[in-house]
Design a binder for this molecule. Structure first.
Ligand SMILES: NC(=O)c1ccc[n+]([C@@H]2O[C@H](COP(=O)([O-])OP(=O)(O)OC[C@H]3O[C@@H](n4cnc5c(N)ncnc54)[C@H](O)[C@@H]3O)[C@@H](O)[C@H]2O)c1
Ligand SMILES: O=c1ccn([C@@H]2O[C@H](COP(=O)(O)OP(=O)(O)O[C@H]3O[C@H](CO)[C@@H](O)[C@H](O)[C@H]3O)[C@@H](O)[C@H]2O)c(=O)[nH]1
Length: 331
């Protein structure tokens, strides 16, 4: 493959750093813009260019985008917590959307032709029958976070119609795991995601896991999610690039298998070999009962297939990284 240049916002964060790794392994040149509000310098290899700044800063974007011809922009930078968005909707409906709006306009102005968006399963409601969600499932965001992501998908729709910017909206379900070679993983402050919290319990950093609700309409009463390995999500970003030569697309990115919170805990106990104490807690506002992807369109149109589809294998990669880096990138 010919080496190309990519601008990656949020490339020091969890999913973004795994995508940067995949781009670099494919021989590309990568420029990262990240404000390090959640990301880590240590997650970006020295061979990539890291610019610490705001992904919506128009002057910065204009300067960076003029520096070289970029093949595509990949936009990971965003606030991304469903629960927080129910408490602080403006951060999601104003800030996330404004950042994306500025970035899309500067991308068009610079003449870059391809854009990949980190969208989310949270644009969908939990289907009454718990069925897997395809791309044509009704849009019904479960939170201001999901609504903001859908607004950005619409901005991209019109950027294509009006300016010919080809885009891929990748609606990830639940990103999980860490790079199998053990150099990067998930490290948020504060940590709110299920699997890293379970690992913190296993490491003795927390006494227990709070399970947010056991009265959902699911077999064991806890929420069901589709956990997809972070490197498989990164791989999807590279695979969609060829499709963007012709048209804009949107794909649901998930393994197609759903696991309840209790099943995740059981799987982690098997992988780690220690009990994980849990306590029941109230539901977390904004959480849909069941979100599972029908990822057939992505598979059929790009040849994507998860290399690590099993939940225990996914958790094992997360545990391998976290047990070697108990303080995350700080340790
Ligand atoms: N993790 C998941 O399960 C998941 C699922 C669906 C969608 N997504 C989306 O994928 C993207 C990445 O998620 P993640 O889990 O890696 O989150 P993350 O918080 O680890 O990464 C986001 C990165 O963007 C940076 N950032 C945030 N706002 C910024 C701004 N205005 N300017 C510059 N940098 C900024 C942060 O410092 C961080 O490094 C997000 O857009 C998120 O909404 C994540
Ligand atoms: O301490 C905890 C943390 C989480 N959960 C539950 O575990 C599940 C997964 O939660 P979490 O890991 O926080 O992920 P989600 O809230 O499902 O959101 C993730 O997955 C979404 C797509 O489904 C993305 O859009 C979001 O950015 C990403 O954070 C949910 O049912 C939570 O209620 C608990 O019971 N206890």
């Amino acid at each position: 493959m010919n080496a190309k240049s990519f601008l990656v916002t949020g490339g020091a964060g969890y999913v973004g750093s795994h995508a940067v790794d995949a781009l670099l392994r494919a021989g590309h040149h990568v420029t990262v813009i990240d404000d390090l509000s959640q990301g880590h310098r240590g997650a970006v290899p020295a061979v990539a260019e890291l610019l610490v700044g705001d992904a919506g800063d128009r002057a910065l974007l204009a300067r960076v985008l003029a520096a070289r011809p970029f093949h595509a922009v990949m936009h990971f930078a965003a606030r991304s917590l469903v629960g927080e968005s129910m408490q602080k909707p403006h951060l999601y409906l104003r800030d996330n959307v404004q950042t994306a709006h500025n970035l899309i306009e500067e991308t068009v102005a610079a003449g870059v032709r391809r854009f990949v968006l980190s969208s989310t399963a949270n644009i969908f409601a939990s289907p009454p029958d718990g069925a897997a969600l395809g791309e044509e499932a009704p849009i019904a965001p479960g939170s201001p976070y999901g609504e903001g992501k859908h607004m950005v998908e619409r901005l991209l729709h019109w950027a294509d119609r009006c300016h010919g910017l080809r885009s891929a909206a990748l609606r990830y379900f639940n990103a999980a795991g860490a790079h199998p070679d053990g150099h990067i993983g998930e490290d948020h402050h504060p940590e709110t995601h299920l699997i890293p919290i379970v690992l913190e319990v296993a490491l003795g950093k927390r006494s227990h896991l709070d399970i947010y609700g056991d009265d959902y309409p699911t077999p064991d009463g806890t929420c069901i999610r589709d956990y997809v390995h972070v490197c498989d999500i990164a791989d999807a970003h590279l695979r969609v690039l060829d499709v963007l030569d012709d048209r804009s697309v949107r794909y649901n990115v998930g393994s197609g298998s759903g696991y309840s919170v209790r099943q995740v805990v059981e799987a982690a106990e098997k992988v780690i070999g220690r009990p994980i104490p849990v306590r029941m807690a109230p539901r977390r506002p904004g959480d849909p009962a069941v979100l599972v992807a029908d990822g057939n369109r992505l598979r059929a149109e790009t040849g994507w297939s998860p290399a690590l589809p099993g939940l225990e294998d996914i958790i094992a990669t997360a545990w391998a990284w976290r047990s070697r880096h108990p303080d995350g990138f700080g340790g």
